[in-house]
Design a protein around this ligand. Structure first.
Ligand SMILES: [Fe+2]
Length: 331
């Protein structure tokens, strides 16, 4: 039987009382990537192979066990994730306590979470199935995020990661300038209403938050889009129809970016470590039994997103540093 998820301001949704208040603003400590050797020699030397999976996003480190990383290598992993968007590992032997300890190296952890499963990519308001940055509607959306799959189906349940740094870089100068000046309204209301109407009891009520549409990475200094179609509902400085059409453009820009995207097929023990500030991702549901897929996700709070008008696009930075710089090699 096909279930059509009920959605909207039902009686049930209107009368729901969330048990916890909204998450308050966090003071975050200095990003660990700022302590890393720019060339990441210690981490990269530990790998038997460094495999850049696409030109713009995604690097697999072969032969590295996360449980064996020293403090310096952990810092370099953060920088690699900031530059490459997402770093992948296979055959990892860590349990949830070790994963949690490793995550704590990068800052204050958000609560441990299970990787979500979704049943229908085309369902109404199935937010994990469309592109998103995790919890982008919070004041301090997560920065470094780790997902480890414990069990996986034979086929199905892949995750797609797209570089928002490259998405910004590919815009024309005129669009870049316009987008530099805008703020996006992120809202959790669709997911909240969907949950309540499905009989789930969310911890917190829905929240809306304004963030710059273009954000600056605190360590690389590079600009990226901070857009996603799951949570962004409006662009504050634009009139209604202008915002609707601009958001439609942004959605198409993101969905059409096969060249700025990596698709990862999970196996038991696979880990993705990504920088949620510069990546939009989506789960690919359907075609498998969700009970066969189990994951553990841990993350740290990131800084409140900000836009520094003096920051650069990816091309501006690579051009300024020239051929042969470490950025040129790794980004
Ligand atoms: Fe997610």
């Amino acid at each position: 039987m096909t279930t059509i998820t009920q959605y909207g301001l039902t009686e049930k949704a209107l009368s729901y009382q969330a048990p916890h208040p909204a998450v308050a603003e966090k003071e975050t400590s200095k990003d660990r990537a700022a302590f890393a050797d720019p060339e990441k020699k210690s981490l990269l030397a530990a790998a038997t192979k460094v495999r850049h999976l696409t030109p713009y996003v995604g690097t697999e480190l072969v032969g590295v066990q996360l449980s064996q990383l020293n403090s310096q290598q952990k810092d370099e992993l953060a920088l690699l994730a900031a530059e490459r968007g997402v770093v992948f590992f296979r055959d990892q032997h860590i349990d949830i306590d070790q994963q949690y300890e490793l995550t704590k190296h990068y800052g204050d952890t958000t609560k441990a979470d299970s990787g979500s499963n979704y049943s229908d990519i085309r369902a109404y308001s199935n937010y994990g199935a469309d592109y998103h940055s995790d919890h982008s509607f919070e004041i301090n959306p997560p920065a470094y995020t780790m997902l480890r799959l414990v069990r996986t189906p034979e086929t199905g349940g892949d995750t797609i990661f797209t570089s928002q740094t490259a998405l910004y870089d590919k815009l024309s100068p005129g669009f870049q300038k316009l987008f530099d000046s805008l703020h996006a309204v992120h809202s959790s209301e669709a997911g909240f209403l969907n949950s309540v109407n499905r009989g789930v009891t969310p911890f917190r009520g829905p929240v809306r938050r304004e963030h710059p549409l273009v954000r600056t990475h605190p360590v690389t200094g590079v600009k990226s889009l901070f857009y996603n179609p799951s949570f962004v509902i409006h662009l504050s400085e634009l009139k209604g129809q202008e915002a609707i059409h601009t958001l439609n453009f942004l959605r198409e820009h993101l969905h059409a970016a096969d060249d700025l995207t990596v698709r990862w097929k999970w196996e038991p023990g696979s880990v993705a470590f990504w920088d949620n500030r510069v990546i939009a991702h989506r789960a690919i549901p359907g075609g498998y039994d969700p009970a066969q897929r189990e994951g553990k996700r841990t993350a740290v709070y990131g800084e409140k997103p900000y836009f520094d008008p003096k920051s650069e696009s990816l091309s501006e930075k690579t051009n300024r540093l020239g051929v042969g710089s470490s950025v040129k090699i790794t980004i």
